[in-house]
Write a protein that binds this ligand. Structure first.
Ligand SMILES: Cc1cc2nc3c(=O)[nH]c(=O)nc-3n(C[C@H](O)[C@H](O)[C@H](O)COP(=O)(O)OP(=O)(O)OC[C@H]3O[C@@H](n4cnc5c(N)ncnc54)[C@H](O)[C@@H]3O)c2cc1C
Length: 418
């Protein structure tokens, strides 16, 4: 693309080589712009690769209106981007990169290869073939007093790539710098003061899809730290999620808990703690539990009764003891096993969370994800102020906003003063 009154292709700099940045680079380079992608790590897409370790859940197959609800209060903001890049679009795009996909039994979408590496390899190859220049080990550090982006090599003694050496003045930029979870994979949240310094509002970064601290007894911690428990159902604030949890030395982790983490985090922030209810036998009703408990000889020890009647593992029995005096009648015990209270305290640190809540606020952006305070600079991906549960919604949101920001760049290059 050539800007009005300019004879060279428009220059666009994308910062961040994660899914959002690469999605933006793909759209912008396909339109004929000269795109450089700048990544501070030695390679691209490290968090994407990590996400692919247990199977890359890249989207969800549920109906679009249901999928949109997963983005909570950010849904109206993200709706146009998600409508323009649907689950089927993601599957077609993957197929175009030679990566077939399938819908798992839970409705989640995965590449057939499961891993992220073949997809990422093919994606980078496509970007190179579209003329994108990919830099690694180069950090964007902000803007100089003239408003030009500044970069620094992350390797001691290294020089900046000549394409980025001053006076490199791109016509537009996309920031896709990620959140601040798992900082060793590259995204650290160091961009927050830089972006705030330009006058853009940033909601505080917080852990999302995260574990919570629990004050376990020494006995439980010593015997069960690292032990998973499934199937369980967790309930909080009227929502129930089935799945797995893992007891750790400092608290509780696991997919079922992550799904409730936004509501739990808000409650803990307001009240200091939150009471989670754990159903230790979600597949059986309270009445069935009570009948089975009543059928076991009362002379047996509690552990034996619970093991024999309900096949509850030792961790479940230990959790029952943690929750205070154990009810004695089968009916009361059954009720407790269906709603075992666990007091959660602070969320685990952001560095250990799957994703980040908070970020560049809706009010700081135009509808095409341009920073109102910094015309020509667009933002995408997890650094925006939205959160979603696991289930493919995170990557879907990052890809969709990356592409939407890219389209915003193309529009803006055509009509910079519109
Ligand atoms: C363990 C784990 C498992 C996950 N599993 C899933 C899953 O199955 N499904 C799902 O949907 N989501 C999953 N996620 C979340 C998903 O990976 C992220 O939401 C997604 O990668 C965010 O994309 P992004 O492009 O916005 O940011 P990132 O992927 O974080 O990329 C940002 C990039 O910007 C670079 N960068 C940052 N600052 C600078 C700078 N100043 N200069 C240059 N480069 C910079 C970083 O090095 C990084 O490479 C998982 C996350 C984790 C941690």
């Amino acid at each position: 693309m050539v800007q009005e009154g300019v004879t060279r292709p428009a220059r666009v700099c994308v910062i961040g080589g994660g899914p959002a940045g690469l999605a933006a680079a793909e759209v912008i380079s396909a339109a004929g712009c000269a795109v450089q992608v700048v990544e501070r790590m030695p390679s691209y897409g490290r968090k994407l690769l990590m996400a692919g370790r247990g199977g890359l859940n890249i989207s969800h197959s549920e109906a679009a209106d249901r999928l949109l609800t997963r983005y909570g209060s950010a849904a109206p903001w993200l709706a146009p981007a998600l409508a323009a890049w649907t689950t089927q679009d993601i599957r077609d795009w993957m197929a175009g990169l030679g990566q077939d996909s399938f819908v798992g039994s839970s409705g989640r979408v995965f590449p057939t290869a499961m891993k992220a590496s073949p997809l990422l390899r093919a994606w980078l190859e496509r970007l190179r073939s579209q003329g994108v220049v990919l830099h690694t080990r180069t950090e964007w550090t902000g803007w100089n007093p003239q408003g030009h982006p500044t970069f620094t090599p992350t390797q001691e003694g290294a020089c900046l790539p000549p394409e980025l050496a001053p006076p490199y003045v791109p016509d537009a930029m996309v920031l896709a710098l990620g959140g601040a979870s798992w900082p060793r994979l590259g995204s650290t949240g160091a961009w927050v003061p830089v972006v705030q310094g330009q006058g853009a509002e940033v909601a505080p970064l917080q852990p999302s899809n995260c574990g919570f601290q629990v004050r376990w007894s020494d006995t439980l911690r010593a015997r069960f730290a690292g032990t998973p428990l499934k199937p369980v159902a967790l309930s909080f604030a009227g929502r129930t999620v089935r799945g797995e949890v893992v007891v750790t030395a400092t608290g509780l982790e696991g997919g079922a808990l992550y799904a409730l983490s936004a509501a739990l985090r808000a409650h803990v922030a307001a009240h200091g703690s939150a009471t989670l209810l754990l159903d230790l036998r979600p597949d059986l009703t309270e009445q069935v539990l009570a009948a089975r408990l009543a059928s076991v000889r009362p002379r047996e020890s509690l552990s034996n009764r619970l093991r024999k009647a309900l096949r509850l593992p030792p961790l479940a029995v230990a959790l029952l003891h943690e929750a205070g005096p154990v009810p004695t009648t089968p009916q009361a015990l059954a009720a407790r096993l269906k709603a075992l209270p666990i007091t959660l305290h602070q969320p685990q640190p952001l560095a250990r969370a799957i994703s980040t809540a908070g970020g560049v606020m809706h009010t700081a952006c135009t509808p095409t994800f341009m920073l109102s305070a910094k015309p020509g600079v667009f933002v995408a991906g997890e650094m925006l102020d939205w959160e979603a549960p696991t289930g493919g919604y995170l990557l879907h949101g990052c890809l969709a906003t990356g592409r939407a920001a890219a389209k915003g760049v193309l529009q803006w290059l055509q009509h910079p003063h519109a």
